[in-house]
Design a protein around this ligand. Structure first.
Ligand SMILES: Cc1cc2nc3c(=O)[nH]c(=O)nc-3n(C[C@H](O)[C@H](O)[C@H](O)COP(=O)(O)OP(=O)(O)OC[C@H]3O[C@@H](n4cnc5c(N)ncnc54)[C@H](O)[C@@H]3O)c2cc1C
Length: 456
């Protein structure tokens, strides 16, 4: 155990309840059990998760675009966790950025890095699960292999026992008293109010409504129209921040993020020429297509921990818009290390877990600024042209100077912290080259306007 000994230490025979077996919950359990077995400590970890991730459709799904960032693939590999081929539906090797004025293809900046496209559950409603595996089932399986107990039940009650230890209840009588309660219920669960009602200042985070749909195109059409590229869209549509078409086997996942997206914005997005150009001519979203409007975490509101209770993953702090699973991994590891090495009191989490959360909150502020800048670019055609022409020039030259390509790649795949991307995007070389492309595109468009006026 760590140097600092607290009266709230996890010791031999301690019990931890993890509510929610998505990535955050499974990984907290996995890390806790791994540290316990190395220290030869008898630590019981119960993960409460009612969802059967092997099922296709909403019953098995934790609603997500299903992109696992390069940085997460690498971090998992360092832990000895390799994503099985049956879980990765597609390796994404490039992406194509579409704007209202044109598009540009960007290859993975570092050839050996790959991002993975997968399903969190068994796949879209009505799909054939066949040989495919679910990402969340894979992670929960790892936690169970590490010694966690999976309790397939929904938690319906949380309270404090007489000795101020947390008490967990389920509808079918499972539950008990624990030394530590970990909340990992995401942002789409009514269980958030159970944590608020514990009365230690925990609050559901701020959220925004998003949109996901699964388009059944068939393998051949997916290959022909999208290949191994993720198609990202920066379009001038109200409320829409960013959207993507992600190829996965027989399906294409449509994933859109923004400010409380409504069905009308999504209809306009799907009918827009850049999206139509990526799909077969006669295509229409079938009425029965698997679709949902999940909430996404856009910032914490209250406390993230108290004595013997802590929130991780989406119900705590996540990364803004991108790499939520990577953020869940980082938070889960920080939470497990804090609880195991320091203790489970409020002060222990304040010392050991809070700095990681603060870092993410600060990075998200920079991310907000970067997305605000990209929203400005989408409204000004000559800036869109400048962004595309700088990207195309870099891709055509094959040079190592991939300034714009790297910034866009990392911004849209979530492969680097926003702070790192912002530093690169504010370098004199980046700004100088962008200004040159902007001036050229402005001159070109004013020359074109002059010729048009002369003709009329
Ligand atoms: C539209 C959209 C697209 C996204 N795309 C991506 C992407 O491409 N890549 C990426 O990295 N991230 C993406 N994310 C973010 C990602 O989905 C989340 O960051 C991630 O799922 C967080 O994991 P989690 O374990 O905290 O929560 P969740 O995945 O939401 O898991 C919470 C779990 O808690 C369980 N639970 C809830 N209530 C109870 C209860 N009462 N008792 C027991 N269990 C309970 C649920 O069944 C669920 O399994 C996207 C999010 C949205 C909304």
């Amino acid at each position: 155990m760590g140097a600092s000994v607290s009266s709230h230490e996890l010791t031999d025979g301690s019990r931890v309840a993890v509510v929610g077996g998505g990535p955050a919950g499974s990984l907290v359990g996995y890390f806790l059990r791994r540290m316990a077995s190395r220290a030869e400590l008898d630590l019981a970890v119960d993960i409460y998760e009612p969802r059967d991730f092997s099922k296709a459709g909403p019953a098995g799904c934790n609603m997500c675009g299903g992109i696992v960032s390069e940085s997460l693939v690498q971090m998992l590999a360092v832990e000895g966790i390799i994503l099985p081929d049956t879980v990765v539906r597609r390796g994404i090797e490039s992406y194509v950025l579409h704007t209202d004025v044109g598009s540009a293809a960007i290859r993975s900046p570092v050839e050996e890095r790959r991002i993975a496209a997968l399903y969190r559950g068994g796949g879209p409603k009505g799909s054939n699960v066949g040989q495919w595996g679910s990402f969340d089932a894979f992670l929960l399986g790892l936690a169970v292999q590490a010694g966690c107990r999976h309790i397939p039940a929904r938690v319906t009650g949380l309270e404090w026992a007489a000795d101020r230890r947390p008490l967990v209840r389920t509808a079918d009588g499972e539950g008990g008293i624990y030394e530590l309660l970990v909340g990992a219920v995401g942002v789409n669960s009514p269980a958030l109010s159970l944590f608020r009602d514990l009365g230690v200042g925990l609050e559901a985070p701020k959220t925004s409504k998003t949109f996901i749909a699964e388009i059944p195109l068939g393998q051949e059409a997916v290959e022909k129209h999208l290949g191994s590229a993720m198609h990202a869209f920066l379009l001038d549509l109200p409320r829409l921040q960013f959207a993507a078409l992600i190829p996965k086997g027989d399906y294409v996942t449509v994933c859109a993020l923004g400010r409380d997206l409504d069905p009308e914005t999504m209809t306009r997005f799907l009918a827009s020429p850049p999206v139509r150009a990526c799909l077969p001519g006669d295509w229409d979203l079938p009425a029965m297509a698997c679709r949902c409007r999940p909430a996404i975490n856009v910032g914490p509101r209250g406390a993230l921990y108290g004595d013997r209770v802590v929130l991780v993953g989406d119900c705590g702090v996540s990364r803004l818009y991108k790499d939520g699973i990577g953020a869940a991994y980082r938070a889960a590891k920080a939470c497990a290390v804090a609880a195991f090495c320091r203790g489970v009191s409020r002060q222990d989490f304040a010392r050991s877990y809070a700095p990681r959360c603060r870092k993410m909150v600060i990075d998200n502020t920079l991310g907000k600024f970067m997305f605000a800048c990209s929203a400005v670019v989408t409204k000004v055609p000559f800036l869109q042209n400048a962004m595309l022409s700088m990207t195309r020039a870099e891709q055509a030259s094959g040079s190592v100077r991939n300034d714009m390509s790297m910034v866009l790649w990392d911004l849209f795949t979530g492969s680097a912290p926003y702070a790192e991307i912002l530093v690169r995007a504010s370098s004199p070389r980046f700004l100088g080259t962008f200004a040159w492309h902007a001036a050229t595109s402005l001159l070109r468009s004013s020359g074109r306007a002059g010729r048009d006026n002369g003709r009329s």
